[in-house]
Every structure is written in structure tokens, then in C-alpha cells.
Design a protein around this ligand. Structure first.
Ligand code: SAH
Length: 370
């Protein structure tokens, strides 16, 4: 087990040589509500929302308690220290697991000594009522939960009091953990016999990299169980009253990513066959590439007046929506200042929503909150 703890720190050292050793705290120290633990392991991390620009309406952040001097510290510095702060906590969890396991190996426990299970759990788009019962049961019995930024705080509130939560999310320009580090963490804890839950926003197998994590762990002999979640397209369509398919209006639906695998800005080579008036197009991660996608869809024959909607933080109290015809959607999104996570639905079915505004020239095409 010491080897496991060692392995855990090694996994950081391999990819990020500076992470295993905390730097000196600067004079301008970071105050996390004077809590000794890392904000990444707290359920109610205002810092997480500040970083992700997900401010709750009534919880505007008070920067004065976060940074005790006028110049905000470098984000790299915060990241390194958060991870450094977190390692002792993780290692002590491994220690507890080791003690439990020692009893089992000595025959004292009479229980199983095999590796623990890893559950890949979809948490839906944000509203905790959209969790499945199966997800809820697994969340409540987990020893360790790894979550990313799409998992809402309302869902994290359901986690049992003895479980450890670990933030492993990524945000643009603020990358907390590499995919390889996440793989190593999942493996280390599963090998120590823990019930490990990897929480993913929406469905883990829809643009969730769930397949990669499953593949890695299965190759290491760890059993992975997948619990599906309501994908953003389904949750948000239901919220808006948009039927993704509708007899005589849309006979198919296509989920598309706006992101390119190579990180480029124009991955939309499929726009030609996606420009189908009888189909609904749902674009995930599409904010930055929308201007180019919209032009391409219109170039390939989709009508410029095709109804469309962009929904930020759908199904949560922070939901914001912009309804528009395709030709104006990118501009309206930019005026409204929508940020990630935002889902875009394009197709004639959008006009079937009871929220579709009668006059798109009205300011009412922007709908603020639920
Ligand atoms: N596995 C997730 C998708 C992850 S990709 C799922 O099945 O829903 C991340 C993208 O999903 C975001 O960029 C955004 O386009 C979309 N998304 C997820 N949750 C969302 C939400 N609550 N509101 C708006 N878009 C959301």
C-alpha cells in the first residue's frame, strides 16, 4: 500500500515535476475560508465557481476573502498549491483503506480482498432531480468521488458525509489534471479496494471521455460499471419543451461536437451533411465555432431562418437562453455574453417550444432564468 501512495505521488511527478512539492506560500496568501482542506475537496466551493465563472446570482464572490492582497496570484500558482494541499488528504485516505484491507487480508474481516469497483456515473445536466436512482445509490456509498466542472453543487450535496470529493475538472486555460493523472487516481484507489465514483456531467458516454477511462481501467483488470445520465440534449430539450424529433418536422437528431480533436477552431467538416432541414442538430461545446458552423450550414443549404436556441447552464437556476434564427444566433449569443457550458439546438423543432418568441426582434428572445 505504501507503494500505492508512492505510485500516487509518482503519477503527478511523472507529468508535472513541480506538483509533488508545495512551493513557499507568498506573502499574499490564498485564504479558503480558513479551512485547512483544499477547495477542490469541498462540496461548496465558491472558488470553483469563481474559477469557472459560474456565479450564483445571490452569491456574488467576495474577492477580498480569497486574496488578501491587491494583485491576484498567478493561476498556475493557485493550481499547484491546491494539488499540493490535496495530496496529504488523498494519501491519508489511502492509509485508511490500507488498514481496512490489512484486516481483510489477515482473515479478520472475512470479506473480499479484491480490487474495488469504479463506477462511471452520469449526473445529468445539473438539476439533481434528473439523477437516476441507480446513480444516487452509488453516489451515497462511494469512498471517493472524482468530479468535473459540469457536475452541479446540488448533485454534490447528495454525497455521503464520509466520502472524499476530488475536483479533476478542466477549464479553458486552467487545467487541473491531465487525463493520465485521472486514470492513475482511479486505478490507485480501485486497487486499494475503494468504491470509486467518477462523476460526469450529462451522460458519461456522450462527449464525456468515459470510453477512454473505461478502456484504461479494464486493461488494468479493474471492473468498470457505467451508470447512464440524462445527456444535456435531452435534459435541455425537455426543459424548453422542444421535441428533438417530431413527426413531419424532424425525423432524426444529430449530436455534434464543436471542438476539434486536434484543438483547431474549424472542425466542422461534416457541416455539409448536417445541413438537413428534416433533422435536428444539437451542438455540444460549440460556442467558439458557432460563427463558422452557422455560415457553413447556410452555405450548404440550410435556411438562414432556421429556428435555433443556445442554452447556458440548462436545467439549473442559472439557466439562460437565447432564441434566434440561425443567421443571427452567433451575434445574439455574443451580445448576451453566454459562456460555457452552453448547448445549441438548431432545427425547425425549436419553434415548437412554448418559449419560442413571437417576434425575434424583441428583447424577449433572451430569456434570463428558469
Ligand atoms: N457528457 C455531457 C457532455 C459533455 S461535453 C452530456 O452528456 O451532456 C460538455 C458540453 O456539454 C458543454 O460544453 C455544453 O455544450 C454541454 N452541456 C453539458 N451540460 C450542460 C448544461 N447544463 N447546459 C448547457 N450545456 C451543457
Amino acid at each position: 500500500m505504501a507503494a500505492l501512495a508512492h505510485k500516487l505521488s509518482l503519477s503527478y511527478r511523472k507529468s508535472s515535476p513541480h506538483l509533488h512539492k508545495p512551493k513557499f506560500l507568498p506573502v499574499c496568501s490564498i485564504g479558503y475560508n480558513s479551512s485547512p482542506s483544499s477547495p477542490f475537496t469541498e462540496k461548496h466551493s465558491i472558488e470553483r465557481y469563481q474559477r469557472d465563472q459560474w456565479f450564483y446570482k445571490n452569491q456574488q464572490p467576495d474577492h477580498s476573502h480569497v486574496f488578501s492582497c491587491s494583485t491576484p496570484p498567478d493561476p498556475d500558482f493557485i493550481r499547484e498549491n491546491d494539488i499540493a494541499l490535496q495530496l496529504p488528504e488523498l494519501n491519508s485516505l489511502l492509509q485508511v483503506l490500507r488498514e481496512k484491507r490489512q484486516g481483510c487480508e489477515d482473515g479478520g474481516d472475512g470479506g473480499k480482498c479484491g480490487p474495488g469497483n469504479v463506477f462511471l456515473v452520469g449526473t445529468g445536466p445539473g438539476d439533481p432531480d434528473l439523477l437516476t436512482l441507480k446513480a444516487l445509490k452509488v453516489i451515497q456509498k462511494a469512498d471517493l468521488l472524482l468530479y468535473d466542472r459540469l457536475v452541479s453543487n446540488d448533485v454534490l450535496d447528495l454525497v455521503g458525509p464520509d466520502a472524499r470529493l476530488l475536483y479533476v475538472g478542466k477549464t479553458a486555460g486552467y487545467h487541473s489534471r491531465t487525463q493520465e493523472e485521472i486514470h492513475e487516481l482511479l486505478l490507485s484507489f480501485a486497487e486499494a479496494g475503494a468504491t470509486v465514483v467518477r462523476l460526469k456531467g450529462g451522460d458519461p458516454l456522450v462527449f464525456g471521455r468515459g470510453g477512454e477511462e473505461m478502456d484504461f481501467l479494464q486493461q488494468q483488470g479493474i471492473q468498470v460499471k457505467v451508470i447512464p445520465g440524462i445527456t444535456a440534449a435531452s435534459g435541455i430539450a425537455a426543459e424548453l419543451g422542444v421535441p428533438l424529433t417530431h413527426r413531419g418536422v424532424a425525423n432524426s437528431v444529430r449530436f455534434l461536437t464543436g471542438h476539434s480533436r486536434k484543438g483547431g477552431t474549424d472542425p466542422l467538416f461534416i457541416a455539409e451533411n448536417a445541413a438537413d432541414p428534416d433533422s435536428t442538430l444539437v451542438v455540444y461545446m460549440g460556442l467558439s465555432t458557432l460563427p463558422s458552423l452557422a455560415l457553413k450550414l447556410m452555405h450548404h443549404g440550410l435556411s438562414p431562418v432556421t429556428p435555433a436556441v443556445a442554452v447556458q447552464r440548462g436545467t439549473t437556476p442559472q439557466q439562460r437562453m437565447v432564441f434566434s434564427e440561425l443567421k443571427d444566433l452567433a451575434d445574439k449569443i455574443s451580445v448576451a455574453g453566454l459562456v460555457s457550458p452552453t448547448l445549441i439546438i438548431i432545427g425547425n423543432v425549436v419553434a415548437l417550444s412554448p418559449l419560442w418568441p413571437h417576434s425575434l426582434k424583441d428583447a424577449s428572445s433572451m430569456v434570463e432564468a428558469k
